[in-house]
Design a protein around this ligand. Structure first.
Ligand SMILES: Cc1ncc(COP(=O)(O)O)c(C=O)c1O
Length: 382
């Protein structure tokens, strides 16, 4: 099977799996227990937190473990909104965020917060001028994703951070779930984002692992209450094996990033060029200068499911543009925001490349896609 759906989830790295097994076998004690076994688990947990803090250039007290990207994004928005509403209730985000942000701000809107959505251009990129115009004294959160999961558009995070910090006291949250380990994530220094979300299973780590990293001491209301774990912010017995596996996956991802990035760039340029040969029949939504591990395209008039099935029969695994909503039949909000020709709206597919892919995988995809296009010729609407 040729797996080209790495932005939906990745195959866990074998070293991560080995770490997970080892920690489960030897460090299963509750890290909050005061006996020797608990102290040892806690020491391991602290080490994982320190390693992640080092990678992210922050303090270990600023790392909160979560169950994944959705929880991190929800926690950032609900937690910050509820701890900052004495200053205001205005929130800015973009129209192409992941549903774990969009649904959270919808909920906050129902609770009386005011939400402004930044528009994107046809490459899926926000305008910094619009950001500047929308910022207000009572803006408490700005949440902008780094790399869009459906088309790979990259937002100008560094510039946005400078504008936000220069203009108001809003906390700048960045969903770095599709960028961490793939592109350098600008997080250090006073002019960076205040808080970022990371998910373990997107970086060859485990499902059920993730984190929120703060630049300074976390300023947010507890989002899970109970026994007061995770500095009183997220109660519940800490999943030490997931935390340690996340530290391992993050280290491997960052170490492998330069080599992987070169491969992604090469494959992305190759695929852009390949799709151009289909002329008016194929439209590539991903910008050429976007994140190279995501290439979204659409075949004119063809339903995405038809293409997915035809490729699957030939052992090529790809998704619709967003695997999270791939079972939904309506056009994705990201595709709608790009305002593309309606004949291309129903068939957007996403190739998402990962560390496990090879030159041969890309060559096989191109070969099989060419055959499938010939087979489906009759179904492609003119
Ligand atoms: C940009 C982005 N944010 C958030 C999420 C949610 O992450 P998780 O699957 O870890 O809950 C995803 C998952 O696809 C994503 O791509």
């Amino acid at each position: 099977m040729i797996y080209l759906d790495n932005s939906a989830t990745t195959k866990p790295h074998k070293d991560v799996l080995a770490t997970f097994m080892l920690v489960n076998e030897q460090y299963y004690a509750n890290p909050a227990s005061i006996h020797r076994a608990g102290v040892e688990s806690n020491a391991l947990l602290t080490k994982a937190r320190e390693q992640l803090a080092n990678i992210l250039h922050t303090d270990e007290k600023n790392i909160l473990f979560t169950s994944g990207g959705t929880e991190s994004n929800n926690a950032a928005l609900f937690g910050i909104a509820k701890s900052s509403n004495f200053r205001g209730k205005h929130i800015i985000t973009t129209e192409i965020e992941h549903p774990s942000i969009l649904e959270a701000v919808k909920r906050l809107e129902e609770e009386g917060y005011e939400i402004d959505y930044l528009k994107v251009n046809k490459y899926g990129v926000i305008s910094l001028e619009e950001l500047q115009q929308k910022l207000r004294k009572d803006t408490i959160i700005v949440s902008i994703m780094h790399v869009n999961n459906e088309i790979g558009a990259v937002q100008p995070i560094k510039e946005a951070a400078q504008i936000i910090h220069r203009t108001c006291q809003a906390m700048f949250h960045v969903d770095a779930i599709q960028s961490f380990g793939k592109l350098p994530v600008f997080f250090n220094g006073d002019n960076g984002p205040d808080v970022i979300s990371i998910s373990g299973h997107k970086i060859q780590g485990l499902k059920g692992s993730g984190l929120l990293a703060f630049r300074k001491k976390p300023q947010l209301k507890a989002f899970i209450v109970g026994g007061g774990q995770e500095f009183g912010l997220r109660s519940g017995t800490v999943a030490v094996p997931q935390a340690v596996s996340l530290a391992k996956a993050a280290r491997l991802a960052v170490e492998g990033m330069p080599g992987n990035f070169e491969n992604f760039k090469k494959w992305s340029a190759d695929l852009h060029h390949f799709f151009e040969q289909f002329g008016q029949e194929v439209y590539v939504l991903s910008p050429k200068d976007g994140a190279p591990h995501i290439i979204s395209f659409s075949v004119r008039g063809l339903k995405g499911e038809i293409l997915i099935n035809a490729l699957q029969k030939r052992d090529i695994i790809v998704s619709t543009s967003s695997a999270c909503s791939s079972k939904q039949t309506k056009t994705s909000h990201v595709v709608e925001a790009l305002n593309i020709d309606s004949r291309f709206k129903n068939g957007v597919l996403r190739l998402s490349l990962g560390a496990i892919n090879t030159d041969e995988d890309i060559a096989s995809f191109k070969k099989q896609f060419t055959i499938v296009m010939k087979e489906l010729k009759g179904e492609i609407m003119q």
